[in-house]
Design a protein around this ligand. Structure first.
Ligand code: ADP
Ligand code: TRP
Length: 327
């Protein structure tokens, strides 16, 4: 049985990079005749957040985002990490078989500390909690971005160490990297990688004036529309390619390449991009509004998800406790 699992940081306002680089893959995987578990990593968020009101809001907003974009709670189990406290028990058991050296090699810990995050024990032990998340559900496949590869490898190591000491308790998970297609890296409004940290991101659900304003920020230059240009050198085309079919891209490209009288200028292309984004996310925006108006439904979905997830995590926890002599 294939079991897919991934954790999602409750960032609050997910952007186009998150959508094309992660959320869309998660939602597509639910169609693959496998069971899928997706959780909002609120225990992990405590390593960087100290604002309870904001955290609660972000968790809810993240759940709504996934549901609005097409996650089907009948096919995929969507839940809050902290609703399954068994992962904390597993974290302890795994901590006892994890060498300090393994954690000391974590790039992500070093990066975060270099960026000013307080080096708490929780931040240091973050990969053990993540391994517990992965192993609690007997996951076989873990789709993550490149930045999380080392963490999944650590989970493999921890499962191996525990099993070597106590017998076959944990299933070894495999990594699933996003396909290296044209969406592997979504550029930001300034041309760097889109990231919340760089402030060059565009919220998935932006619409109307704020959307117009954001698209207005996409970097261009001062060349006139008539001047022939190479579309592959234009940041605007990287955005257009996310939303338009290849035929339409080809038609815009050839007009931009030819230049001359009537060739589309940057303003023109930006208008087309705005219309395309409005249309692309229109159903998701509508669904988001519906969910915002019915918080009880979101609570029900998360509660049902937690119940299903917990059942599985309890079984794994019992197996692990028995194996090491605590039961
Ligand atoms: P941010 O850089 O905005 O903080 P995260 O690191 O929280 O984003 O990323 C969450 C997920 O979205 C990860 O799986 C990551 O690979 C994906 N992702 C983030 N930014 C991009 C991007 N610009 N292009 C493609 N995927 C991205
Ligand atoms: N650490 C992951 C991130 O920052 C989120 C996460 C927590 C996760 N637990 C996980 C991802 C388990 C995959 C599997 O994006």
């Amino acid at each position: 049985m294939t079991t897919i699992l991934s954790g999602i940081q409750p960032s609050g306002t997910p952007h186009l990079g998150n959508y094309f680089g992660a959320i869309r893959q998660h939602i597509r995987l639910q169609d693959d005749r496998a069971e899928a578990f997706y959780f909002i990593a609120d225990y992990h968020a405590l390593t960087t957040s100290r604002d309870p009101v904001q955290l609660r809001e972000r968790v809810r907003e993240t759940a709504i985002t996934y549901l609005a974009l097409g996650l089907d709670p009948e096919r995929a189990v969507l839940f809050r990490q902290s609703d399954v406290p068994e992962v904390c028990e597993l974290t302890w058991l795994l901590a006892t078989v994890t060498g300090m050296g393994l954690l000391e090699r974590a790039h992500s810990y070093k990066d975060k500390v270099a960026h000013g995050v307080k080096p708490s024990v929780g931040l240091f032990a973050y990969p053990i909690l993540m391994a517990a998340d992965i192993l609690a559900y007997d996951s076989t496949q873990v789709p993550v971005g490149k930045d999380q590869v080392q963490h999944v490898e650590m989970a493999q190591d921890m499962a191996g160490h525990f099993n070597a000491a106590y017998g076959d308790v944990f299933v070894r998970p495999e990594l699933v990297l996003p396909k290296l297609d044209k969406h592997a890296k979504v550029p930001g409004l300034d041309g760097e990688k889109m990231s919340k940290t760089y402030g060059n991101d565009l919220w998935i659900f932006a619409s109307g004036k704020p959307l117009k304003k954001a698209i207005g920020r996409i970097a261009t230059d001062s060349r006139a529309p008539e001047e022939p240009k190479d579309p592959s050198q234009l940041l605007l085309f990287d955005f257009l390619r996310l939303f338009l079919d290849s035929e339409e891209i080809e038609s815009w490209s050839s007009r931009v390449r030819a230049g001359g009288e009537g060739a589309p200028g940057y303003g023109h292309l930006k208008q087309r991009l705005i219309a395309a984004i409005e249309e692309f996310f229109a159903p998701a925006r509508a669904k988001r509004e519906e969910l915002l108006a019915d918080p009880a439904e979101v609570d029900r979905i998360l509660a049902r998800g937690s119940e299903r997830a917990r059942e599985r995590a309890c079984r794994t926890r019992d197996r692990a406790l028995a194996a090491c002599g605590l039961r």
